[in-house]
Design a protein. Structure first.
Length: 478
């Protein structure tokens, strides 16, 4: 329990210490009008109170990510606590802060356009396609998975639930941000937090009375299948440490922040809270089941992470836990799915400079997205989804490199993004070389190549950094 409490303390302290250092690296002033005020259109650009923007951002980036990923990460043992804690503070929080702030500094533009500004037009073209595909994949999975769960709970045919969810997604994608997202997201966000706090309390009580035992820190890899810590731990736990998907969500809230000074609370703060949620779920899973083999058996017996969530919630929180479990495994993925499609619409609109004030333009962009989604729900999606872990972290890596150029151009301390960008480069290269869905190469060779590739990128960046800055300046970017 000491390990868990120390990591929890470090996470909270990280927000007030390192988060402050990150905040000071950019010039934020409330005398500067944010895009929400300057470009207010009553649709996507709309100033909201910071606490509401925070809760929406938290639920946008969370969904089931810090729950499902943390449960799978628990298979590695308490060593997973280190990645959640330090990954959140030094990688995920930094990534989310700059993806939001840089977007805000550029009129709330989408991540693909931001990457294009700082890494060149070639990367912009790649990112436009890459991010839209990623968002459609996320949205589709968050149609099929909750639909399947609702079918098992109600007996109603899955197709009916797919239709219902897609209709809701369509409404959330095209309606003004305050009509659906602004009203229900804060409620679901608060429920997700309440669920995590309740489980944390139950775990502490269980530890005190001896019914639950939390192992202390061990650097030993306890995964029952012997899966390597590097790079698999760093892709298994994504949303609870660092996730590229967040960079697709932050621009939506960059269009709703009322004052620049609220950026740290909304972007860095939401990531820290997500890290806390992941830490709690990872700890509760380990403490409840006792060892990695028991966790693996539970995943097999109860139908994966959603079944484990339901079991833990009911056993530790009683009747209220059953209600919160529904929110956790049904409502939360739905609330990630709808913002995925909304982000896809905004990304395409930004790419082709299509104004979004009228319903017609929003429907024109949204309908093809949902037609693709409907088609994807009819095929076996498991193989495609395996690539999400890699593509998600690859996106985070690219955004960190773009943020590094931004800081360099603004004569700020760019090592706060350069170091995690280099680390994630090693993770992404090593993963795709040895993963079953990748090239299936020898792990030692793959890891060596991953580290080598990261070093080459670091050296190449240091050599060409002045040229990168000049390219940005030539575009007359403020």
């Amino acid at each position: 329990m000491i390990t868990f409490l120390v990591c929890l303390t470090i996470l909270i302290g990280g927000y007030f210490t390192y988060g402050k250092i990150v905040e000071r690296s950019v010039k934020l002033s409330d005398s500067t009008q944010t895009p929400a005020v300057r470009l207010e259109d009553g649709i996507d650009y709309m100033p909201m109170p910071w606490h509401k923007v925070f809760l929406i951002q938290f639920l946008n980036i969370a969904g089931t990510g810090p729950i499902f990923g943390a449960i799978m990460g628990a298979l590695f043992g308490p060593v997973a606590f280190l990645w959640i804690t330090f990954g959140t503070i030094f990688a995920g929080g930094v990534h989310d802060f700059f993806s939001g702030v840089i977007s805000m500094k550029h009129e709330g533009t989408s991540v693909s356009e931001i990457v294009g500004i700082y890494l060149g037009d070639g990367m912009k073209s790649v990112m436009r396609v890459f991010s839209v595909i990623l968002l459609i994949l996320v949205g589709t999975v968050f149609v099929t998975s909750p639909a399947g769960l609702l079918t098992s709970m109600t007996g109603i045919d899955k197709t009916v639930w797919v239709v219902v969810i897609i209709i809701y997604y369509m409404a959330a994608t095209v309606l003004p941000v305050d009509k659906v997202i602004g009203k229900i997201y804060p409620v679901f966000g608060a429920a997700l937090l309440f669920m995590a706090i309740g489980l944390c309390g139950a775990m502490i009580v269980g530890h005190v009375n001896g019914s639950m035992v939390m192992p202390e820190m061990s650097l030993q890899n306890l995964h029952p299948d012997g899966l390597n810590l590097f790079p698999f731990l760093f892709t298994t736990i994504a949303c609870g440490a660092i996730s590229g998907f967040h960079a697709t969500q932050s621009p939506m809230m960059a269009r709703c922040i009322h004052h620049e000074s609220e950026s740290k609370k909304v972007f860095y703060g939401a990531m820290v809270v997500e890290g806390i949620v992941a830490l709690i779920w990872c700890a509760v899973t380990i403490a409840f089941f006792g060892d990695s083999l028991s966790i693996q058996n539970a995943l097999n017996q109860f139908g994966g992470q959603s079944g484990v969530v339901s079991l833990l919630s009911k056993e530790l929180l009683g009747p209220m836990g059953a209600i919160l479990a529904v929110l956790g495994v049904v409502a939360c993925p739905i609330t990630s799915g709808d913002t995925a499609f909304r982000s896809a619409r905004l990304t395409i609109a930004d790419a082709f400079n299509i104004k979004q004030e009228g319903f017609k333009n929003r429907f024109i962009l949204a309908i093809p997205l949902f037609l693709v989604c409907i088609f994807l729900t009819t095929i076996d999606f498991n193989i495609i989804w395996r690539y999400f872990a890699w593509s998600n972290q690859t996106l985070a890596m690219i955004v960190l490199w773009a943020s590094t150029v931004y800081l360099l151009k603004n004569k700020s301390s760019y090592f706060m993004t350069l170091i995690p960008a280099t680390f994630m480069s090693a993770v992404c290269v090593a993963y795709i070389l040895q993963a079953p869905e990748g090239f299936k190469l020898n792990p030692t060779f793959s890891n060596a190549v991953g580290v080598g590739a990261a070093v080459i990128l670091f050296v190449a960046f240091m050599i060409s950094k002045d040229k990168l800055v000049k390219n940005v300046e030539d575009k007359n970017i403020a």
